[in-house]
Design a protein around this ligand. Structure first.
Ligand SMILES: Cc1cc2nc3c(=O)[nH]c(=O)nc-3n(C[C@H](O)[C@H](O)[C@H](O)COP(=O)(O)O)c2cc1C
Ligand SMILES: Nc1ncnc2c1ncn2[C@@H]1O[C@H](COP(=O)(O)OP(=O)(O)OP(=O)(O)O)[C@@H](O)[C@H]1O
Length: 262
């Protein structure tokens, strides 16, 4: 069995992809949070990559397309790109290609995206996506579109059935909903691990990227860089509540609401 890397190779944009990259298997989507549904998809993609003896590349978009396009959707960030790459590597991905989602990218037709990005720069021989995957201007392309394009461009396409969670598809949106309503056990079930945010500690504050997904304001039992800690969550802030001070990279994992509520 192949050993899993601590962190997948990270390419920021197509220009960062090595020019001598050989044929690949691709999986595509935002993958925010790398929840259990995403991991079941990656398992399937990994099997295909192993059968063909090819590397598995995860193509992801940043920022969330819905945020760039101003769609009415909760796009609070469950995982930073670095955390996503770490989780992807643990799930069996060899390399992550982060495509900056801009209005220009959003305007590409399904045909142009498949030809230029997937078959062209990323040398796809197989593409494995969830059954609900859409792509291309006005989200006009779906799994069937991709399959037709792949037949002409030299890659096969698998549409993987969606893993359920609590009578709905396990999704980042579902996970964000659980988090917003304070259902930490629901979040943990969807992610397969407790929710973690990554930021930088400055005194008692943890400075986070704007739009980081947080549980409702209140006090929580957590771990801070792996050690037990109490933290206070505000509307868009996290403070360490044990009177200590510090600085540097900080990973806060939310365990349960202090006082027994969750
Ligand atoms: C080239 C390209 C253009 C896109 N244009 C649009 C768009 O115009 N409107 C839209 O709602 N989503 C658009 N999207 C986003 C996709 O519908 C979809 O959210 C994205 O491919 C990520 O897949 P996922 O949502 O399954 O993770 C586009 C995606 C790509 C790759
Ligand atoms: N439950 C699931 N099971 C299998 N594959 C999934 C599941 N949910 C999403 N996918 C697939 O994972 C890839 C990334 O999807 P995406 O990031 O849109 O996930 P999502 O959870 O639906 O996100 P959001 O709720 O923000 O739309 C896509 O190919 C998508 O089809």
């Amino acid at each position: 069995m192949r050993s899993r890397q601590a962190r997948a190779t990270l390419w920021h944009g197509l220009d960062d992809v090595p020019p001598d990259l050989g044929p690949t298997v691709l999986t595509i989507g935002v993958f925010d949070g790398l929840h259990r549904g995403h991991r079941s998809l990656i398992d399937e993609a990994r099997r295909t990559a192993d059968e063909r003896g090819l590397p598995l590349v995860m193509v992801t978009f940043d920022p969330h397309p819905a945020r760039v396009l101003g769609l009415p959707k909760d796009t609070a960030t469950l995982s930073t790109i670095a955390h996503r790459a770490e989780l992807a590597a643990a799930a069996g991905v060899d390399a992550v290609c982060v495509l900056r989602f801009t209005r220009e990218l959003a305007g590409l037709s399904p045909e142009a995206f498949a030809a230029h990005c997937l078959a062209g720069r990323l040398r796809a021989r197989a593409v494995v996506v969830g059954a609900n995957f859409t792509f291309g201007a006005r989200a006009a392309g779906d799994v069937d579109t991709l399959r037709e394009l792949g037949a002409a461009l030299g890659f096969s396409v698998e549409g993987v059935p969606l893993l359920p969670a609590n009578n709905t598809a396990c999704s980042s949106t579902y996970t964000r909903n659980c988090l917003r309503t304070g259902d930490l056990p629901g979040v943990t079930r969807a992610l397969g691990r407790p929710h973690r945010v990554d930021g930088v500690r400055a005194g008692d504050r943890i400075v986070l990227a704007p739009n980081t997904a947080l549980p409702p304001p209140g006090r929580y039992h957590a771990t801070l860089n792996g050690r037990a800690a109490l933290v206070d969550v505000g509307d868009d802030s996290v403070r360490v509540a044990d009177g200590t001070s510090g600085d540097g990279a900080a990973a806060v994992t939310f365990l349960e609401r202090a006082g027994g509520e969750s």
